[in-house]
Design a protein. Sequence first.
Length: 405
Amino acid sequence: MKFHYIASQLDGKITEGEVDADGSAEVLQFLVSKGLRPISVKLIKTVNVTGANFFGQSISISDKVFITRYLSLMLKAGTDLFRAIEILINDFDKTVLKALLLEIKSNLERGNPFYTTFAKYPVYFSSVFINLIKAGEASGNLTEVLDNLSVSLVKEQELRNKIRAALVYPLILLSLSFLMLLLLVTFALPRIAAVFTSSGFQPPLFSRIVFGIGLFLSNNVLIVFPLLAFIAVGSWYFFAKMYTGRRAVYWLSTRLPVISNVLNQLALQRFTSTFGSLMKAGLPIIDSLEITADAVGSEKVARGLRNVSREGIAKGLTIGEAFRREPAFPMVVTNLIAVSEKAGHVEDILKTLSNFYESEIDNSVKTLVAFIEPVMLILIGFLIGTIAVSVIIPIYQLVSSVGGV
């Protein structure tokens, strides 16, 4: 619970603030420990940020970029962390962010480390984010860590935007094509089928099957359309939100050549970027590898990183030797890490590799889109061609029979 207090200092000056506590008794103990004489203690309403959303609000990458960049600039300018948080609270109108910042301020007032508030909300803040803040705070290098974090988050956002932008056109094309096909089968085909039925002409079996599908959809449109919408929403929820569905998508994706290549490059980019950032922040190598393994999003690369940590470095091998034993990493990556370890600039090489894989991902996504578009067009063309043939053949036979008569 959050309380607002008004208290007097030993010199008679009045001070006020907010503090998190389990009850008013704890607030009074806190004030006494600070040498303050309580005047008023009131419970205030707080915003819960533990859920994924608050009235449609969530903490986006843009919000995290703004927080880290703003705090970095304020600390560079000589402002202390507590004052910088207060300024941020006044600048933000977004309810969920204001609540988070108020909690950070309250924890700082109570003497808790800066990172602890972020650690309470893993929905929003990854283990990489939390451990970088923790390392920067412990080493006294928080300003640089926040600056590097803002740069990394911007790159992550740009990469996501590139992938989304590349996939927008194929998705729109697929949706519109499916809608047109559904309307054609549901409304146009039944009328064509009615023409043949009324004329007493019996179309070929292939055409009767297609016409039957169209008539069924037309007669049950109030059932079929809601059912299709339910299936679409249910499929999205299963494959996007449920663990079993995500596993199925991952299993299939890793076995499709073009998609698996993009996923592998994404994992390697996350590995080089995250591992480099954690090492630069001063975290121990083994801890950095374990945290990175949880962040890469690939079982193969994660398993390789854990083997490097537990079976390699923990047993006395150098970084280069440990990485060379793992087939999950390309030879160019392991060789560069080994060479840079001897030269003493592993972080710089990892940053270079991260930038390299970013450009490779961009090219691979373009290749993937260039592959998907013709496949979709061929599939759609085949379906429309099937409908067209089912209509043209009986028309040709009907005209031929009339001409023969």
